[in-house]
Design a protein around this ligand. Structure first.
Ligand code: TRP
Length: 332
């Protein structure tokens, strides 16, 4: 049976305050997709646990993540927005998929290689298994499209391998998902070192702009952003990576092209440009922050919403899980 709308599934870890890098590069693209697709968005709290977490912090950030996704325009009337761990089918399918996943293919995941190096001697089993949990997320909802950044592309490939193998070994069960790259894959860089990705875990707070930074803080961070000594606003990633990054941010916030920006700041100094970028970011974030501040105050409302959405998700996930259980020979 042809579905009326394709299903889109994506997840985000509640592992820190979101930055404008997360927002402009990924989360923002989720909003317009809601009109075109059947969208399911998850707060991947179980994925966050693959690295050590402070329990109270994780709990707090889970609420904050839900509130922030609502604030940017994820609409639970149109989409499902839920917390991964609220739907036990995820962990159950992870186990069943584990029984058909190979050590070799998981060891080849570059994210695992990078992250396990940082965990030192005591590497968590869960970190190794992370992509299988991600496969369970995606496969439980008969997902067609997975909007992801470059760093998750290899994981989506693995999901296809696992699903294809299962379909082969048993009989057609899973829909094979495809990665989906939005129109603009703006990958924002650190404001202090444009050779590094903008990251919420950067020890230098001036390197990133958090979605909840106060306007004055945002303006100051842009004032301090690293530029160069060339003194001309033009898009050249190699010789002017700092300016190129600021142009990306400005372009994302205002919709203006690089040429338009170059014209706008012809003959003007970096000071003016940086101030304008800061102002553009403030303009985008202010209405989001207002909504967010209202939402985060009302925990009962967020609890309700999480519960309702988890129920909706669980109904869909159960349908697929039941099929898988039967195919592998579990009773009932
Ligand atoms: N692993 C993803 C990340 O850290 C988050 C995630 C969890 C996800 N489950 C997913 C993304 C399913 C896409 C689809 O970015």
């Amino acid at each position: 049976m042809e579905k009326a709308k394709k299903t889109v599934y994506s997840g985000i870890q509640p592992s820190g305050t979101f930055t404008i890098g997360n927002y402009l590069g990924a989360m923002r693209n989720w909003v317009p997709m809601q009109d075109q697709y059947d969208c399911i968005y998850a707060i991947a709290d179980l994925h966050a646990l693959t690295v050590p977490q402070v329990p109270a912090e994780l709990r707090k950030r889970t609420y904050e993540s839900v509130a922030m996704l609502l604030a940017i325009g994820i609409d639970p009337q149109k989409s499902i927005l839920y917390v991964q761990s609220h739907v036990p089918a995820h962990t159950e399918l992870t186990w069943l998929l584990n029984c058909n996943a190979y050590m070799g293919e998981l060891s080849r995941m570059t994210q695992y290689k990078d992250k396990s190096e940082r965990q030192g001697k005591n590497i968590r089993v869960a970190l190794f298994d992370y992509p299988v949990l991600m496969a369970a997320d995606i496969l439980l909802y008969e997902t067609d499209l997975v909007p992801v950044g470059d760093d998750q592309k290899q994981h989506v490939e693995l999901v296809r391998d696992l699903a294809g193998r299962f379909n082969q070994n048993y009989s057609p069960t899973f829909v094979l998902p495809e990665p989906y790259f939005g129109e603009s894959g703006t990958r924002l860089m650190s404001l202090q070192d444009p050779s590094r990705k903008m990251s919420k875990s950067d020890e230098n707070q001036n390197a990133y702009v958090s979605m909840t930074d106060q306007p004055q803080v945002i303006r100051n961070k842009f004032k301090r952003a690293i530029t160069d000594s060339i003194g001309k606003v033009q898009y050249d990633k190699t010789s002017q990576p700092g300016i190129a990054n600021l142009m990306d941010i400005y372009s994302s916030c205002t919709g203006r092209s690089y040429e338009e920006i170059e014209k706008e700041f012809e003959g003007k100094g970096y000071g003016d440009f940086k101030m304008a970028v800061g102002e553009a970011v403030v303009e985008v974030l202010e209405p989001i922050q207002q909504t967010y501040n209202e939402l985060i105050k009302d925990k009962a409302n967020l609890d309700n919403l999480m519960k309702e959405n988890a129920q909706k998700a669980a109904v869909r996930a159960q349908k697929v899980l039941r099929k898988v259980r039967r195919k592998v020979g579990l009773v009932g």
